[in-house]
Design a protein around this ligand. Sequence first.
Ligand SMILES: *[C@@H]1O[C@H](CO)[C@@H](O)[C@H](O)[C@H]1NC(C)=O
Ligand SMILES: *[C@@H]1O[C@H](CO)[C@@H](O)[C@H](O)[C@H]1NC(C)=O
Ligand SMILES: [Ca+2]
Length: 349
Amino acid sequence: MASAAARRWSEHFSPFKMWFRGFNLSHKMHLYILLFLHTSSCFSDDDHEMEEFLKREFSLSKPYQGVGSLGSSHWELMGDAMVTTEQVRLTPDLQSRQGAVWSRVPCHLKDWEMQVHFKIHGQGKKNLNGDGLAVWYTKERMHKGPVFGNMDNFTGLGVFVDTYPNEEKHLERIFPLVLAMVGNGTISYDHERDGKPTELGSCNAMVRNLKHDTFLFIRYVSRRLTVMIDIDGQHEWRDCLDLPGVRLPKGYYFGASALTGDLTDNHDIISMKLYQITVISQKNKDEDEEEITIPSVDNIELIRSNEQGMSNIAIFFTVLFSILGCIFLIVVGLVLYGHWNETRRKRFY
Ligand SMILES: *[C@@H]1O[C@H](CO)[C@@H](O)[C@H](O)[C@H]1NC(C)=O
Ligand SMILES: *[C@@H]1O[C@H](CO)[C@@H](O)[C@H](O)[C@H]1NC(C)=O
Ligand SMILES: [Ca+2]
């Protein structure tokens, strides 16, 4: 039944087909989890379906007709961004540039999926390039700023492809890094710390100067945020992060931006394709269908203290092994003492 459900998914998700060939088990598990999400105790194959439709008004693709002109295009350019026949170049491989492309149309879809085809390349040697690009779903649009060419106190979702480690100590994080954050207008992305204090999750992604195509995938369905990457040229989505309980209001704007400082790169967007996801269910789902007004993430404290949790586990094991070690020494000591006592007694008699 499960494989039938997965097949149904792939049939409905025609743009998915090319990816499906390379899908590994964990991705399939993901799909099952999603499919089961909206069904309660009795699952039937016909209980619900998901469908996706490309929404042209929120998508950006070749030949970028009218993008950047004052005309009828749905997309607006900002800063140093430029359109060519091949790409929307957010920044060229030059110092101190910032550019962005923003949708003019607020998106009122409940569930959606954004597939971004991008390219980051330049002359700089490894670790002498920067700073990366960002994909946005935010209340604000067309603002300049320090966070990949946008404001740091944004309201909504930011997914970053950070190609330069600003913070010195980043032992457990390998760059380039894909990272997601939900901002609520009062908290800020800390560029000097590569967004560590506010990250919801991240993964390593070697995306620079590659010959094959590179993609970023952001899905927001039933308040679940899933980020995947396809950067190995295998037509395979790799998990980056997957988080339930993400509350994003409707009516925000999609955008992409990039920034260079002392270090540079070309940051190109080849396409941004937005799919509307429709979860059709016969069950009366969504008990809590109340309108979301401020972006937030459920149990954010738990996610933030994750690192703390890891060191607690380390402490736990250290203490455990210390105790086991002590017990071992005591046992050995007692055995030796017993032995010594016995030999002494033998000698005595
Ligand atoms: C924004 O998030 C921070 C930290 O999670 C929280 O302390 C603050 O109250 C939130 N602000 C609003 C307006 O919700
Ligand atoms: C965000 O920061 C800018 C400049 O740092 C400030 O002018 C603006 O009022 C801030 N916005 C919010 C919503 O706090
Ligand atoms: Ca950085």
